[in-house]
Design a protein around this ligand. Structure first.
Ligand SMILES: [Zn+2]
Length: 255
């Protein structure tokens, strides 16, 4: 049986901010978005579309928090995960434009509630967040499987080769041990295994598969050829001697 409530009318209620069609507009795009009708919510400090479905603002639509083919169980926890040398500079960041990278990062940080998904620390000073890409390597295909919100320290430990390149291998090792609970011996064995795998994978030319973000509506372009990118410079004064592995050769770019 229908019931009535005092004060109810048939007039539409004002839309609460939570109902708004939020947009993820990078600072550089604010004028362009505004000229196409985007409005600014000063309380939420966020742009929104005054009406849902405005085609002229689709460029800045928020991405869904669950990407259709993403496996959010793939690669849990903190571990050293080196990008094959043959794939350096070929990643999501190099294959999408700045606006889409902003949409991707904003979604990844938001769904993780601005916490590192591997050590649990919340974004604050000095904890900065990064967006990390986890890939599966099978056949000749390097397939994007998962995007992860990680703090800069966890990201550095993940890309251990780059940490070494930057003279921060000791710091990365300490962080890896702190987060995972590994002993130094265990951590060094883990790093050695990661570099052995890196050497094997670096012998192959991988086909980059970013369909995971394409099916979510992000335009993927051909990543720039590695030769067109600046190569990292080794700091000759830095060397990590904490393990017997020759990891000075393992330099994977930090993403
Ligand atoms: Zn972390």
């Amino acid at each position: 049986m229908a019931s009535s409530h005092a004060g109810m009318t048939d007039e539409p209620r004002p839309r609460r901010p939570a109902d708004r069609a939020w947009l993820d507009v990078p600072f550089e795009d604010k004028d362009a978005a505004k000229s196409r009708g985007a409005q600014w919510d000063p309380q939420a400090r966020r742009w929104y579309a005054p009406r849902p479905g405005m085609l002229e603002l689709m460029r800045w639509d928020t991405l869904p928090e669950l990407l259709p083919t993403e496996d959010r169980t793939f690669g849990n926890g903190l571990y050293v995960d080196l990008i094959p040398k043959s794939s350096w500079f070929r990643n999501v960041r190099s294959a999408v434009d700045a606006t889409d990278w902003h949409r991707i990062r904003t979604m990844v940080y938001s769904r993780a509630h601005n916490r590192c998904e591997t050590c649990g620390r919340r974004q604050s000073d000095p904890v900065r967040l990064h967006c990390h890409e986890r890939f599966d390597y099978a056949g000749q295909v390097q397939r994007l499987k998962r995007l992860l919100c990680v703090c800069a320290d966890c990201h550095q430990a993940t890309h251990f080769g780059h940490a070494q390149l930057s003279g921060k291998a000791g710091q990365a090792l300490t962080h890896l041990m702190t987060v995972t609970g590994m002993t130094q011996h265990q951590a060094e064995a883990h790093i050695a295994a990661a570099f052995t795998l890196w050497e094997q994978r670096s012998k192959m030319a991988w086909i980059l598969d970013l369909r995971m973000i394409e099916v979510a509506g992000v335009t993927v372009r051909d990543p720039e050829a590695p030769a067109q990118n600046p190569q990292p410079q080794r700091n000759p004064g830095e060397r990590y001697d904490g393990t017997s592995v020759t990891i000075t050769e393992g330099l994977d770019p930090f993403r």
